[in-house]
Design a protein around this ligand. Sequence first.
Ligand code: SAH
Ligand code: MG
Length: 213
Amino acid sequence: MAAPKPNTLAAFQAAKGFMPVDEGLALYDAAADAAALGLPLLEVGTYCGRSTLLIADAAREAAVTAITVDHHRGSEEQQPGWEYHDPEVVDPEVGLMDTLPTFRRTLHRAGLEDHVIAVVGRSPQVARAWGGPLGLVFIDGGHTDEHANGDYEGWAPHLAEGGLLLIHDVFPDPADGGRAPYRVYLRALESGAFTEVSATGSLRVLRRTGAGI
Ligand code: SAH
Ligand code: MG
């Protein structure tokens, strides 16, 4: 299994975010695999850059670019009063969440700024403007059916044959969490365009092996 640089892993562990280490290592391994295609690696759901660091490390290693998309205003469950809210990432001037400054510090500290293009915008809108093929699509954005399906519909068609589709927060058991990402995972498999590669915690790795998304 390909492994991130020790200082990247340390930066990952120190960063704010929602990904445990075992899933992070699986993410890095998948990103290293996908990077061999020589195409950009794309993440939906930057937040403060925790997972971005690992994709960026794999991108650096293969001399490709990591692209990470987020409007930086937070998902539903991260808003004030909700379970995953962090008051440290509120912009006091506008009174809304803004994870972009924290993300930039995370990336800078890890020395990975040159390997990442951060796109600030809504995932479906960015996807509509996107032109080229991708080696990896990592879906870790909004967790409603609308957002998870929008991410899949917007980005999966850009995935090159042999590229990897990763979906985070896949919970087959409703007791573990919301099931929109799980439904998108099933949808991808049912399309016939993907073959499952691995499952680590709530992270699923699928390879694009056919057309018809
Ligand atoms: N990958 C991160 C966690 C992402 S949390 C980590 O490893 O820590 C989910 C993020 O998705 C939030 O930052 C939220 O702002 C973003 N998001 C939710 N819906 C979105 C949408 N439709 N377009 C762009 N970003 C979105
Ligand atoms: Mg997640």
